[in-house]
Design a binder for this molecule. Structure first.
Ligand SMILES: C[S@@+](CC[C@H](N)C(=O)[O-])C[C@H]1O[C@@H](n2cnc3c(N)ncnc32)[C@H](O)[C@@H]1O
Length: 225
């Protein structure tokens, strides 16, 4: 797997790896410190792939910081190099497992949006534990999102969609389901406009999408109070 096709890549000041995280158990890591303007609102993308969503949307929202998390080194390097060449100062790429980052390192209420687009479906039952959406990760997404924050999900995979819906239904005290509104950078007829969406659209696959709005204690359904 070589998205760069042999071209030399440079992550510059955009790409960070696990060495920037404190040792496990010895403290939290606040990714806002990676940005030139740490006070700007933060949005996090899990599984950025080649970085298409980040470069498109960060250009539309220069006052927002975007952190992409990507665990495949080749894609992390490719996306960081792409951001560096476009001189987008509001994007950083972290090479690590996003589920571990949320579980062990991220502080409470730091992100306005978490984006999860075309997450790996892990179709075999024995691999379902590797899916990003789990009971525990939903709890951490809720914790890390700022008040009024959102988790945005798009997938083409029917079984993964069912899995996501079942998990969200079990945690309706955390999130209210709302329609998915395409970001400003999406092209005409696109849901979000990532690489995988464009590939799957050519194959005629249908897409499923939802926005999960963080509930606060006061607006939880009566059943969960
Ligand atoms: C199917 S690709 C989609 C890429 C991109 N979002 C898109 O729509 O074009 C899923 C990406 O998520 C990454 N990924 C999967 N699980 C991850 C995790 N737990 N932490 C970080 N990256 C992850 C994979 O390496 C892969 O690049």
């Amino acid at each position: 797997m070589d998205p760069a096709r042999g071209k030399k890549l440079d992550v510059g000041l955009i790409g960070f790896d696990r060495s920037h995280l404190p040792p496990l158990g010895s403290g939290l890591f606040d990714p806002r410190t990676l940005f030139a303007n740490p006070s700007h609102a933060l949005e996090i993308e899990i599984g950025s792939g080649k970085g298409t969503f980040l470069v498109q949307q960060a250009a539309c929202q220069p006052e927002t910081n975007f952190l992409g998390i990507e665990w495949t080194a080749e894609f992390w390097r490719f996306a960081a190099d792409r951001v560096r060449r476009r001189e987008l100062s509001n994007v950083r790429l972290l090479h690590t497992d996003a589920t571990e980052l949320f579980r062990f390192w991220l502080p409470d209420e730091i992100a306005r949006v978490v984006h999860l687009y075309f997450s790996d479906p892990w179709p075999k039952t024995r691999h379902h534990k590797r899916r990003v959406i789990q009971d525990e990760t939903l709890r951490h997404f809720h914790r890390v999102l700022a008040p009024g924050g959102e988790l945005r999900i798009v997938t083409d995979h029917v079984d993964l969609w069912k899995w996501d819906q079942e998990h969200v239904a079990r945690h309706d005290q955390f999130f209210e389901i709302r329609p998915f509104v395409p970001p400003a950078s999406a092209g005409s007829g696109e849901v979000v406009g990532t690489n995988f969406e464009r590939k799957f659209a050519r194959e005629g696959r249908p897409f499923m999408a939802m926005t999960l709005a963080k509930r606060e204690r006061s607006d939880r359904p009566a059943s969960s109070l």
